[in-house]
Each structure stands twice: as structure tokens, then as C-alpha cells.
Design a protein around this ligand. Sequence first.
Ligand code: PLP
Length: 679
Amino acid sequence: MTVPTQAHESLPPGVEATLTRAARAGQALPLVVTPATRTWTIEDSEELYRIQGWGEPYFSINEAGRVTVSPQGDRGGSLDLYELVNALKQRNLGLPLLIRFSDILEDRIERLNAAFAKAIARYNYPGAYRGVFPVKCNQQRHLVESLVKFGKRHQFGLEAGSKPELMIALATLDTPGALLICNGYKDREYIETAILAQRLGQTPIIVLEQLEEVQLLIEASRKLGIQPVVGVRAKLTAKGEGRWGISAGDRAKFGLTVPEIIQGVELLRQAQMLESLQLLHFHIGSQISSISVIKDALREASQMYVELAHLGANMKYLDVGGGLGVDYDGSKTNFYASKNYNMQNYANDVVAEVKEACAERNLPVPTLISESGRAIASHQSVLVFDVLGVSTVPTIEPEPLPAGEHLIIRNLYETYQSITTDNYQEAYHDAAQFKEEAISLFNFGYVSLTGRAHAERLYWACCRKILAIARQQEYVPDDLEDLEQIMASIYYINLSVFQSAPDSWAIDQLFPIMPIHRLDEEPTERATLADLTCDSDGKINQFIDLRDVKSVLELHPLKAKSENENQLIPTQFEPYYLGMFLGGAYQEIMGNLHNLFGDTNAVHIHLTPKGYQIQHVVKGDTMREVLGYVQYDAEDLVESIRQQTEQALLEKRITLQESQLLLQNYERSLSGYTYLSAF
Ligand SMILES: *Cc1c(COP(=O)(O)O)cnc(C)c1O
């Protein structure tokens, strides 16, 4: 590749500029400089996007520079995600597309159970583990049904946190002996239904979260003549930190304080139902990043457990709730997007703490229950979406100024020409100041519109040159830190953050995001992502990093389609796909219809010895459907348009042909996807 000499001048010796396509046409300055001897490899992409940190063993990069999915972890085959997406597109499944890998779900259940089995063996724990899946984490029918199926061999159960979730759990759970944990606020109907489920052969455990529920439970049990199995949810003092920490602690929304627990025990004793009280439950919050917080909670809860036994309750189960974290940034730290322990450490601590507390008091150990949702459901789905277009800061190389240009603009040009490694920091301030001055002069009529255009173009050219130098430095001065963000491109993505990544918008949660192809090419652009909604919050500008977070994501320049390569501003690009990973928990149900972007298409993929099988296709919302949610009837809407066209025809404002085209488009849109079909 030949590098325009002008661009070469400011580069340190021995480096060659890697230019974007536009740059090759002689338009832009190089932003990324790499030593001439070095080409980008997939290992560079692995390191950059940290895929091993957060993706192992399910996601990696293949020789072709594409993300591969190994849904059975290290035990089975793998498939090329880019090829899969293209194959699905050919089946009329447009992007954005949520791909669920049921084998990953199965692997997560296996891993969790294996971790507890190992811990139980290691500590000679004379009891069992019976996990449950909290339905609130992902209530999608196909997912819950697969989960129950995969969990059978471990007697894996379900946890319901509300009445509708209880309906799901009751009808879906058909594993003999698997537990059905009944949490959440309860009314008489909830409690009666849960008690009656015993008659169906289910094993429901009603967890009391409010003192009022004790009375309701006693009455319902008397009325039905059935002795229920009952638990209490304790408000622990130990609490999680970070985003979700407030769900525990003395003032938490849920659970009974110690005085309330004592009161509950007395009420049950008076009703001769203390036999029924068999479980202690706690949940200190989700995504607990630090193992020490988990240990504290376990210690406190274990003591409560033995004390309850001491008070005469018939204790048999200890339910440690959720909280088992997911390493979203792959840093293995106690940063909120990570966790400083693994599943095995977690299981070991649960088993060891409980065993020790019981041994001290000479009590039989409980059956251990965990309600891990995030750790089970996060990995199984990948959201793939495309980039619709890019907005970049101007990249046109400044031409020599016309004679007689204003002094300020000439100063800017000089600044631009004289930027070096020695003065780039000072040059940055000069450039900013000259640009400000040029704009003031424009406002007072001393600089023409073309003059101002020169000034702005020169300013951006300075910034590009300075940034290219700054990126080569070991240390970036504080006053240049914003430069990366100022110069970032905006990639417009075919997605609604509100629908598909609500936690990214609502609580700044980080999800790994990366291109799923072209990973053998250097991603020379730095970008933030802007979604389809016309809401300024509909963006993603925080990305995972080894330390803290980064404000821009490295992406590849879009390639213009060959037929319009020579257009000054290309309007059509080769498809560029990004993936958002680890979003299988909570995002789907919390997504909302902002701007009326509906549910995305979803598919369930199962790996077979010969390839893969599409198990289920769940088509995303059509416009007709989302309009129905806000009480618009599609037929009425069409009728309104039809009448308007008739009127316009009468008044000769529209031709018959135009009116038919309009109606056709309108009707076709109604039964179409709410997202854009690019390309
Ligand atoms: C939300 C919730 C869970 C799931 O927590 P994760 O951190 O996703 O594992 C478990 N138990 C209860 C009571 C919950 O409210």
C-alpha cells in the first residue's frame, strides 16, 4: 500500500500508516499507526475484545476471523456465528436477531450441579443440593421448558416470584422431587394454590416474606386440611454492593427482620404448625462481585438456621438465593461488571460454611438450595444486530488555503502543519483556541462561511493528527483524554437499547459487544453506538475493558458496496454485524416498546452431530402487533388512509397509481418487522 507522503511526514520512522478505504482515496489522515512489520491477527482481536475472559468456553474466534460458538463448551462441536446469521437471514429472519443456544443452557445447569456435587464430596457434606431456577430471570416458555428438561437428572426445580410466575412453574415443573419455591408477595389465592399443588405430587415450599402472610397461611392450611412446607425469608445485615446491593440489608424491601421471624415462629407454634417451618431463605442481591460479601451472608444465615432449629422449627432446607455473578468484562475482579470468584469457589463456600455451623451445634445439615438465575441464563443468548451507517468527524485532508484567508485560519493551518511528537499537547490547545476565535469572528461577520468551513476542517485535521500521536504514547496527558471520545465515530445500529439491553440504559450495566466477523482485520475506527430510537439516551458509550470501562469501542470501517464505491458519500455498505453477549438474563422481559420497536426475532439452536437444528422460531413483533398494544386497530388505520386517498383522488391531489403505492406500502409495513431492513 502506498501512503500519501503528506500523511507520512509526521509519523515516527519505521511505522507505516494503516489507512481506511477513504484514506486510500487520498482523503483522510491515518489515525492508527502500526509498525510496518506487524499485521493484525485474530489473537489481537481476542485480546482487544477480551473474549477469553468473558466468553470461555462458549465463545471464541476462528481462523477466518469470526466468532465461533461452542454451545457444549469444551465437550462438543462449534459453529461459525457469522455463517449461522447468514443462514438464518436466508430463512427470512431479519436482524436484530436473538439466538438462543439451548446447549449452553444445559451446560450451565450441568456446571452448577457439578460444582455443588464436587463441593459436597470435597467437604463430606452429608446432605444434598437441589437448585432452582428463578423464573423472573427469563420467563420465555421455550427456555423454561428446556430448563426443566435439562434439570431432570439433578431434580432441578423452579422459583416463582409472583402469581403469574407461579402459574408457569406449576404447569411446567414435572420433575418428581424437584422443589417449587414460592416467593414474592402472596394473597390467599396464591397461598391456597401453592398448598394444593402438593396434591398434584409437587413439592412447593411457601416462603413467608411478610408477617401478614403467616396468618393467611395458617388459615389456608386449616381450611384445606393440608400441612404445607414453609420457609421464612430473612433480612440479613450482610448485603451486596454495587448496582443490586439494595435488595438486602435491614431496610430491604423483602424479608422478615429477626424480631418478625421470632413473632412468625410463635404464631406457627400457637397454630401447632411449627413442624411446617423447614426452610430459611435469603437473597442479598444479584451480581455479587465479591466473595467476601457472600461469605459474610452465609455466616449470618447459617447462624440463623441453627437458631431456628434450636427454637423448635423442623429445619431441613437452607436456600441461599441468587447473587452468583457473571464476569461481563472478564477481569476476574470485584468490579461491578465482574466477580472475583468462580462457580466452584461459590459452591465450596456455601457447603463449607453451612457444614461448619451445623457441626458446631451438632445438627443435621440441610438440603442446600440456590436460586441462581443470572449465572444460568446469561450465556445462552446472543443478540446479533447490524450497523446501518456511520457518522464520522470530517476526514478530508486540508488543502492549502486560498490567498488572503483570515489570519486566524492561516494560524490554524500552520498549527496543523507543525504538529509533532514534541508539541502535540500544546498544539491541541492552540487548535482549539484558534477554532473558537474563528467562530467568534464568523459571528461578527469577519469570516465568511467558506472561511469557517476551512477553520472547522483544519481543527478536525489537527485533532486527528494529535490523536494519532497520542495513541502512540505510553501515557496520555489528562487534557487529551477526551480527545478519543470527541473524535469517535457514531455507528448507527439496528436495535433499540430500550428493548434489547434495558439494563445498559437503566443502570449502566456493561455487556460485551464486538463484531462477529472481520476479526482478522484491524479495527481502525473508535466508535460509540447510537440506536434507532429518537431518544438521546438510546446509545451505548460504555464498553468493557480490563481496567474500569472504556468510552469508545474499536470497530472496522464500513465497506461501501462495490456498486457505489465511487460515490462521494456511499449509501450502501457491506453488512457489518455486531454481537451483544451475556444478555440472556433479565433483558428480554424488561425491554420496553419505546418508539414502538417491538420484540426482536428469536431462534433456538441446538447442535447436532451433523451441524445444527433450528428448534423454535419466535417471530418478533409486527407493527400490527405493537400498534395493537397501544389500542390501534390495523384495519381502522388502513381504512383511514384509504379514505384520505379517496378524498385526495376526488380533489385530484394524487394519481390513482400513487394512491395504490401508498396503500400497498402502508399495508405491507403493518405486517412487517418494526426494525429496519438494511441493505
Ligand atoms: C432475582 C432473584 C434471584 C435471582 O438472582 P440472580 O442474581 O439472577 O441469580 C433469586 N432469588 C430471588 C428471591 C430473587 O429475587
